[in-house]
Write a protein that binds this ligand. Structure first.
Ligand code: ATP
Ligand code: MG
Length: 315
């Protein structure tokens, strides 16, 4: 059976405030799903209900078909998580920390030993297995936390903003680890604010805002959605472009719905029709010999769709 995560009408209120409002989400199969949304959207609240750290006001969270509330043991048996990066005792080594984690999860001693070597290798911390955590960088500590989430070789891995707070190198390391975690029979569900990371490692995205699911779709479909809206493209030229040239040779190109001037040599064009249309506009601009120096769509498709969906929610 392939791994699955399902929310059925999952709702959580804190007093009169609804942090998560009737979430229905059904994720099936081996894939990596990015869970996106602005601060306070309800992401951590959702992950906590999937891991039984808080209980739902109503509705149900299921892992591999088992209800987290009604059948906690079976639901969580195949799940590993990293939520709100716990601080590891500075005097412990990764090996000792993982031993404690394994014991709490009820793993046998030989199992813990063999899995510890495997997971520390997976997060590229094997060389540090017996050094004290207190001396580690934030990125190294986070890699140990990821190792802890992987200790029982879970089919479902839930990560809450795994690379937030890390420096660029730490982020790149965590990103490459997540990419390598993807495999047969494993579902990764990770919240993130870093859209480039989501584009890089995820196959699908779910977007929440104000506790409501706005969409759940594949990244490929997100790109297709973009075709329906306009993208702003920054254009730079090696010499000034006259208003007459803008009017006669840029504004009327197919796909261009508007042009605004940044300075004599820079313009911003609004282009509809997605990547295909952008490519045609680029070719036309090069052919027009206006001295085009760069053509830069200002946002990724995911960023564009994210901003559009979030702002619709606010209106
Ligand atoms: N224990 C709590 N008591 C009261 N309100 C809470 C509690 N936990 C969360 N909230 C509120 O619920 C909303 C959703 O919080 P949550 O932490 O799920 O957001 P998030 O999407 O994870 O945000 P971020 O991207 O900032 O981590 C927020 O408005 C938050 O203030
Ligand atoms: Mg959060």
């Amino acid at each position: 059976m392939s791994p699955s995560l399902e929310a059925r009408g999952l709702t959580r209120r804190f007093g009169s405030f609804t942090a998560l409002d009737n979430l229905n989400l059904n994720i099936q199969g081996s894939k990596c799903v990015g869970f996106l949304g602005p601060n306070g959207a309800g992401k951590t609240t959702t992950l906590k209900m999937f891991t039984d750290l808080i209980f739902p006001t109503s509705g149900e969270a299921l892992i591999n078909g088992h209800s987290v509330r009604a059948d906690r043991k079976r639901a969580l048996a195949s799940c590993g998580d990293l939520i709100e990066s716990p601080e590891i005792y500075p005097s412990l080594t990764p090996r000792e920390a993982l031993e404690l984690v394994g014991a709490v999860r009820g793993m046998s001693a030989p199992d813990i030993r063999s899995r510890t070597d495997t997971v520390l290798h997976e997060v590229k911390m094997a060389d540090w297995a017996d050094s004290k955590v207190g001396r580690f960088s934030k990125g190294m500590k986070q890699r140990v936390n990821i190792a802890a989430a992987l200790l029982s070789d879970p089919e479902v891995v839930m990560l809450d903003e795994p690379s937030t707070g890390l420096d660029p190198r730490g982020m790149a390391e965590v990103r490459s680890i997540i990419r390598e975690l993807k495999r047969e029979n494993r579902l990764i569900f990770m919240s993130s604010h870093i859209l480039s990371e989501v584009i890089d490692v995820c196959d699908e995205v779910a977007l929440v805002d104000h506790g409501k699911l706005l969409f759940y779709d594949t990244l490929a479909n997100v790109n297709a959605r973009l075709g329906k809206g306009a993208t702003s493209v920054d254009l730079a030229f090696v010499r000034p472009v006259s208003d007459a040239d803008v009017a006669s040779r840029i504004v009327n190109l197919p796909g261009v719905t508007g042009v605004s001037r940044v300075d004599p040599q820079r313009l911003t064009a609004m282009v509809t029709g997605g990547p295909e249309a952008q490519s045609q506009v680029l070719e036309q601009l090069v052919a027009s010999k206006l001295g085009l120096l760069s053509f830069q769509p200002s946002r990724s498709a995911l960023e564009e769709v994210y901003m559009r969906e979030i702002s619709q929610g606010d209106s």
